[in-house]
Design a protein around this ligand. Sequence first.
Ligand code: F6P
Length: 548
Amino acid sequence: MFRKDRSQLTQPKSFAPLFEAAEEAKATSLNSLFAENPDRFEDFCLELGQLKFDFSKTHITKPVLASFEKLAASAELVDKRNQLLMGGIVNPTEHRPALHTAVRATNPIAEDSEGNPIASEVLAQRDACYSFAESVRSGETKALTGNKYRHIIHLGIGGSALGPQLLLDALAFGMDTGFKTHCVANVDGHALKPAMDACNPAETLVIIASKTFTTTETLRNARTLIQWMSDSGVSNPLKQMAAVTAAPDHAQAFGISNTSILTFPEGLGGRYSIWSSVSLVAMIVLGKQAFESMRAGAESMDNHFATAPVQQNIPLIAAMLDVWYGNAWAAPTRALFAYDSRLSVLVQYLQQLEMENNGKNISTDGTEINWQSSPILWGGVGTDAQHAVFQLVHQGTHLIPVEFIAVLKAGHDLDDHHKCLLANCFAQSAALMKGRTTAEAASMLAGDSISGQGKDLLARAKTFSGNRPSTTIVLDQLNPESLGSLLAFYEHRSFVSGTLWQINVFDQMGVELGKELAKSYQEIIESGDFGSLDVDSSTQNLLGLVLD
Ligand code: F6P
């Protein structure tokens, strides 16, 4: 249920220490925290491998960290974390474990808490995927013409698209891989057509990625590509297709040959499937070693999450800050700006992760929660976003915790550009914190020729409240390992916050109703007959526009 009146919200009892810490923190400012303790960066910037997490420009203090420790204890976080990592049933509505850490582990758990084998399955699936990828990469697996594939069209949507797209954008920048790749998610012909126009069907491998292998958009796109290949003379289009799925029987029924079906476990959610054969296209293009490094990066974050004490546990602190700002400071959104164009799809990727995980109003025991769960995650790429949405970020009326991501070493040799980019990134977080008083603005305007009321008005408009919190994540460079660590960080963070909000992080029932209605509306549009369907007058008229 959504509540117009935020004052109706209550909080879980376990949040009491967070609220107390917030009362104190609200009475101070980030500027004064830095004035009192110039070593805040040393105290609150944590490091893991190639990543630094600078929490010092949030309102975090030692007492705040102590409140996080209390919250972790009363929410039994250690126990819940262990259940996740050991294959416990952490997704009660679907009675499943969540296997993303197992799927990327060098030594996966042998079995889940129900005794189902995990390690043997996961390792076999990983090997099968590597060898399929390598055979396409080397040219051993060929198109029907006998030539090496030159084009790959990856079909999939949501988690079956965003991961591969992110990997290709982030890691294949500037590489001449010998393959032209296209990731098509939308059923919109405007998305599919450009890929069809850019590829030669006779040299194209089509990868159909769908966990369920029932997703309308993906299957419709796949059927259109079968027709496209067939129309251009490919004798057996299905032979130029591979399937990536947790439902191999459906892929078989679709006509994909067994040797071209790569699987992953049912217990791996779509939004976590980047660690599995869903990334086949990236494995082909980047090679096995890149994927192994990405796994290693993620595993180092997994180990850190599993073992670091609360006050040094990076995903845990980030999650608690999310809960703190969301619930005790009433921030309805969080913004993320990556200062690296190779990460332009990261916001979308994390939107799916966080909003499918935690955009819920029912608790794990089936009761309605009465507190805010996932903040709305939004954002973009710096510096572009500075010239579009930063007006509101700096002077709007909402409290928006902001996250910046910067990469120290660029993937190009245009050094001046990179220095300019980083200067902009660090300037934004400083500006959000520092602000500018009206007196400072007025003295800036002192020499200007505007007079009287105009100058006062201008000084007020040029006033920045400051005290706006941000976290900066700095990567030494963007490579498979650092990306792996970064993504695992977000996964654990989201698990912890969802656990604190007492919701099931791992199902996504909220996507179902719209899918069901879309199916019946499509039938109406195709048949021209409303039949006995009970539709409201708005929807009836909208559908009528298509039928006319
Ligand atoms: O509609 C949401 C969703 O179920 C996501 O969770 C998932 O990543 C996406 O659709 C695609 O599903 P599939 O991989 O089964 O095609």
